[in-house]
Design a protein. Sequence first.
Length: 481
Amino acid sequence: MVIGLWAVSWVKAQNAEATLAEQYCGSCHQYTPPDMFEAAHWKTQILPRMAQFMGIYKDSATAVALQRHSTAYPLAPMLSQSAFDSITNFFVKNAALQPAPPVFEGDTILPFEPIIPLNKVIPPGSSMVRIGPGDQITIGDVYAKKLLFFNSNDLSYRKGGFIDEGIVDLETSGDTMWITVMGSFSPSEAAQGYLLQLITSTGNAAVIQDSLQRPVQTTRCDLDKDGDMDFLICEFGKYTGKVTWLEQTLNGQWRRHTLFQKSGAISAQVEDTNQDGDLDIMVLFGQADEGILRLLNDGQQQFEPELLLRFSPAHGSSSMLRVDINNDGHQDIVYTCGDNADFAPLYKPWHGIYIYLNDGSEQYQMAHFIHLPGAYQAAVHDFDFDGDLDIAAIAFFPEYNVASPDFLYAENTGQLQYTLHYTTTGQWGRWITMDTGDTDHDGDIDIVLGSMAFEVPNQPKWVNQWKKQGIPFILLKNKRF
């Protein structure tokens, strides 16, 4: 009888801890089960940081410093210390051991020829790479604080110009460039980013909008259907951020609208998703409360948010593409997750490329998963001209100890089945950005990968090699034609 009562009490205590964990840890983002990480990771890294977001600080000086830094830190505790201790106990007791990374399955035969530019950039810090405009490859370098132009035919260096830290996006029309500058590549709450307009024929430059919170993407679009082009800006921020509409007014000025306030806006696509004649917005958020949101345009300058997919903050969402990958007339989603920089990197078996199929009413079901540790960006094209869409992807956080891929080509063999081809160990660089296009005008799609010599924990040899080689990008020339 005593054993039975003890067992009942133990179950009740377990249930109480689980309820607390789900209540508080699911209040700001999708609940993350304890078996996603090992006990030491929960106890020493994740939960101490989460405590601060619940208003529990190790001392008053820490509280003051954090609260001064960001409004994300509460002035008063959201729960008692004993309640948080119960949550900690629940996660630590129910944690799982970290799985060992598997040997990657696939082959190393790529249908692309790697070509390395002769001109070096030491250290390479390619925060943006674009094929074009014209016969050139454009690089934004975070370390040199430069915009660099290379000839796309022989990859020779053309010219460059100084711009502030963090060139991350580029829109062009004619002789005009609109350059998105983060202002701080490192995580920061500071609103130091801006959108720069550059007239390449004259060299004249002007800031269209300043005081942006680490903007990472800008899209030219006519959101209000008034005949002129506006800008949609993803302000990633750190703890705070937003999706911004920069409306062009009749006198050529700009009016700033906040469409949705949340950190982590990492990429957006603008299209009429419900065929009502107005452009809607699909946004991927990759910070804390991760997921894909649709902002429905009512045609009256109002945008209604609708959550389509939600992911755990452990996912590390990194990119999103809307594309009809199964050719059924509906725009699907190709999504990558692989950001692994918040703590000491751990192997995460859920990192990779996901395909979500659209049933025609913006309801999505996962149809395929390709494991790629540290997946950072994907491109979708019919690279081999066989009538279906293939996927190329890069990994900024590969598993160096087991030589997992840093570049992956998934050849679609029909019915969303893929043959995998890959490269490993990053012998030329660490790929953080990519672009696709026909660089040599031979009719097929080539790929350019931009390298950033960024630290790799416990792997200093790689950073030293990347710095010494100074390779800012490589061209993967499609060997189809």
